[in-house]
Write a new protein. Structure first.
Length: 295
């Protein structure tokens, strides 16, 4: 059995973990970006499926390990991965074949950043949601919390990273456009202040009401996103989830996320301390038994 001293040590260790858990509670969403938020408008009626956005993304971020697969099977829908931050899929819709680009949508109030205990995943002032390696503790709460399944983990790496589109935030700091937007030959992608992109999207719908679904995807979804979509068919036909709701996800998950450190940190630490205390007691009993045998 564990004596009182060992039990008190165990409880103190667990109590310390509770304090750590409290200090690492999930970040509450900021009131809003200090600078004007930027955005990208994707007009899927203009996309020709050339995949230049994929190529330019891989080329601009090759230092992050991104790759460009030259041959892809358009008959199967592809998801983003740790090596492809953006992918183009072809969909058979009510209006024939439609191509659509997929990447992180950079939510205005990102669930991934709100769930991050160390603020490794964070919203930058200009809008991009980025990840900082030296702050990450590897909990992967960002992956669980994202309603669009965008953050990806490098499971096969000795030093794994969280990988996803970062909206070329470094290029934005230099006054450049995202690489994918700059390389799009058909005008399917346009970049600028989000408010202006929304206004342009509405203008196109008003000018050609028979061409577009009368909704801008990303204006309200999950509280609003920096990537906005226009389409000629219902958005679920081009792989965009339509069940995410309009409320920001941090507001929906905050209470649960605040309880996560207690579950993930306090309980395992308590069990480890309990195991260590039990092992010390067994070692003491074994030593006493050996001493008695030698007498």
């Amino acid at each position: 059995m564990i004596d009182r001293r060992e039990l008190l040590k165990t409880l103190c260790v667990a109590g310390g973990a509770a304090v750590v858990g409290k200090n690492l509670s999930a970040e509450q969403p900021a009131a809003g970006p200090a600078r004007e938020a930027m955005g990208v408008l994707v007009d899927t009626t203009k996309c020709i499926g050339c995949r230049m956005c994929e190529f330019s993304c891989a080329d601009a971020h090759k230092d992050a390990g991104l790759e460009f697969p030259e041959d892809v099977d358009f008959t199967a829908e592809r998801a983003t991965s740790e090596k492809q931050w953006t992918v183009v899929n072809r969909y058979e819709t009510d209006r024939g074949q439609v191509y659509a680009k997929k990447q992180c949508l950079h939510c205005l109030q990102p669930a991934c950043a709100s769930a991050c205990l160390t603020r490794a995943m964070h919203k930058t002032p200009a809008g991009p949601v980025a990840w900082t390696a030296n702050k990450c503790m590897g909990c992967r709460f960002c992956m669980v919390s994202c309603p669009f399944d965008m953050p990806k983990f490098e499971y096969d790496s000795a030093v794994p990273r969280i990988q996803k589109c970062v909206l070329c935030w470094e290029r934005l700091e230099e006054g450049k456009q995202p690489a994918c937007v700059e390389s799009c030959p058909s005008g399917a992608l346009s970049f600028g202040p989000r408010a202006e992109r929304l206004e342009e999207a509405r203008r196109r719908i008003y000018a050609e009401p028979d061409k577009y679904v009368h909704h801008v995807y990303g204006e309200h979804e999950a509280g609003g996103t920096s990537w906005l979509y226009l389409a000629s068919v219902p958005f679920e036909q081009i792989g965009l989830p339509t069940d995410v709701g309009d409320e920001p996800y941090p507001a929906l998950t905050r209470e649960f996320l605040y309880s996560v450190p207690f579950v993930e940190i306090l309980v395992p630490t308590f069990l480890l301390a309990l195991s260590a205390a039990t092992k010390r007691e067994k070692d003491r009993e074994a030593a006493e038994a050996n001493a008695e045998g030698e007498v």
